[in-house]
Design a protein around this ligand. Structure first.
Ligand code: UDP
Length: 252
């Protein structure tokens, strides 16, 4: 009998979450001795690590910008991170994820402070379970702060999706792969969206509900990112981010 998979059992999702619940999150700062800033993050069964280097000299030199730093972002999925071994090296998907993730973070980096230099961000996915781009952006944002890169704010990221006709927060792999839509976003604590993608089909009203739900998720993630940084740097006053905002006096 061809029985359709149901994503809900007794009103909860297959992993026991309600529709508006994030997966458990764990963040560790400063996990790599040789990076200027780093962060390890778990979002459910996703495990990612972000390393930040810079601001440093740009190579190749022709990429230099006279008035500002450039930001580079490389997202890489380890071969062993997925069920079916991933061929090592860049591909269309990882190039796309790298591009949109860089664009999600660049607006908050005060690049004009460091002309002719580069801020390099490397994100390695060690284990994937849908939402790796959002986990990578969250980890990279914390790693940038850990590196002391002046920023207007942190960036927080998560997705909302549609399964069995219902809008759900932070889809896990089975929901992402077999569901009807996936909407990853990234935003500043002030609610400015720096990433918005959509895979699948949604009505206008569903898209609005998905974005609102993902925004609520980002706000929860921001609180965790902030707490982890404050716990690590509470001896430093004023906080790096606040200082950067004050110095810049800029808005996105
Ligand atoms: N995935 C996979 N092999 C791949 C690419 C993706 O198994 O080559 C899985 C992986 O679990 C990933 C999920 O599919 O997290 C969803 O991928 P998507 O492209 O939507 O990006 P993500 O949600 O991870 O940002």
């Amino acid at each position: 009998m061809d029985e359709k998979l149901s994503f809900f059992k007794d009103g909860v999702r297959l992993d026991g979450r309600r529709s508006d619940e994030l997966r458990p999150i764990k963040i560790e700062v400063g996990v790599l001795a040789r990076a200027d800033g780093s962060c390890y993050m778990e979002m459910g069964d996703n495990r990612v690590i972000a390393a930040v280097y810079g601001p440093r000299e740009v190579h190749p030199r022709h990429l230099q910008e006279v008035t500002r730093a450039i930001v580079r972002y490389r997202y890489n999925m380890a071969s062993f991170s997925v069920e079916e071994r991933k061929r090592p090296g860049p591909d269309r998907r990882s190039n796309e994820v790298s591009k949109v993730s860089r664009e999600a973070l660049e607006p908050v980096v005060l690049t004009s402070y460091f002309p002719k230099s580069v801020v390099d961000i490397f994100v390695e996915v060690l284990q994937a379970d849908a939402g790796t781009r959002t986990a990578g952006i969250n980890a990279a944002s914390v790693a940038l702060a850990d590196a002391g890169i002046p920023m207007k704010s942190l960036i927080s990221s998560c997705a909302a999706g549609k399964v069995d006709g219902e809008i759900v927060l932070d889809p896990m792999k089975i929901e992402d792969n077999l569901g009807e839509a996936d909407v990853p976003i990234a935003m500043t604590p002030g609610g400015d969206i720096t990433l918005l993608q959509m895979d699948g089909r949604l009505t206008k009203d569903e898209l609005k509900r998905a974005v609102d739900l993902a925004k609520a998720g980002c706000r929860q993630i921001y609180e965790i990112q902030r707490k982890v940084l404050v716990d690590r740097y509470s001896h430093m006053e004023p906080e790096i981010c606040d200082e950067a905002v004050a110095m810049a006096g800029e808005e996105i």
